[in-house]
Design a protein. Structure first.
Length: 273
């Protein structure tokens, strides 16, 4: 095992790198694992930490678990048990709406997020002038409402918002638009923005993993950790030991469309995007 994660003598995966304040700490943490049965959750709850600066690709053949992990870490789906303690600012899923109402004007949306994430904007390597110039190049004007944007403009706008703020932890549920030609400039800026930051990614895009991730964490459908190590080693292990779909991101896109994510321990449901 490499990359800061390794098995302890008790069988629980823990941080192998000392850190005064990990970016994420899981304590008896468990999520729902089966979309058809809310009673099914992690067989072994998580009790481990992720130090700052780790860039981890989550590899699993369960599209529902990939969805739940991003939603759970983002705070959009409550855990079935335990707690997740953040030692920094965890951003909303990259490319997601950031909780914005589609009736808001572009200018009002940005002003709202500036208030909520002011500290993250102050330490950003992307200036507001640079951000607005990128939007104007796509004919995204301040007085437009989000719902007036075309599909491509919305994808660009939401990704640009994720690029604008400097978070301690970035969540990547998918990367189809991010890795497209249309997002090339945003991708270059985001690579600068995530330097030294933590990444948790469930995207299966090979080029994205190569550009943004350095480590892999292979999970079974019930949250069990099968392997952790360098990215290429983890991918090879998963290819040899798991039945992986050829189009995982397409599965994830379908799963994100209106699925009820109610857990056994609550009456809430949420969507990642």
């Amino acid at each position: 095992m490499v990359g800061g994660l390794g098995p302890s003598t008790s069988g629980v995966v823990v941080s192998a790198t000392a850190s005064a304040r990990p970016v994420l700490t899981f304590r008896n943490f468990s999520l729902r694992c089966d979309k058809s049965d809310p009673r099914i959750s992690f067989k072994v709850p998580w009790n481990w930490e992720i130090p700052h600066g780790k860039k981890i690709a989550i590899i699993t053949n369960s599209s529902f678990l990939r969805y739940q992990l991003i939603a759970g870490i983002a705070g959009l789906v409550p855990p079935v048990s335990g707690d997740l303690i953040a030692g920094g600012v965890v951003g909303w899923p990259v490319g997601g709406s950031g909780g914005l109402d589609s009736k808001l004007r572009i200018s009002h949306s940005i002003n709202f997020l500036k208030i909520v994430y002011g500290d993250c904007l102050e330490r950003s390597c992307v200036s507001l002038d640079e951000f607005w110039a990128l939007l104007l190049d796509q004919s995204i004007h301040p007085n437009l409402t989000i719902k007036e944007l075309s599909k491509d403009q919305k994808e660009f706008f939401y990704l640009a918002l994720s690029v604008l703020f400097s978070f301690d932890c970035y969540l990547f549920p998918q990367s189809k638009f991010l890795m497209s030609k249309a997002a090339r400039q945003l991708r270059k800026l985001l690579l600068k923005q995530v330097e030294g930051k933590t990444i948790i990614a469930t995207s299966s895009n090979g080029r994205f993993r190569s550009d943004f991730c350095s480590e892999g964490l292979v999970l079974n459908p019930y949250g069990g950790i099968l392997y952790s190590g360098g990215l290429s080693e983890s991918i090879e292990w998963a290819k040899s030991n798991l039945k992986l779909s050829d189009d995982l991101e397409k599965e994830d896109e379908q799963l994100q469309m209106g699925l009820d994510l109610q857990n056994a321990s609550d009456d809430l449901s949420s969507e990642v995007m």
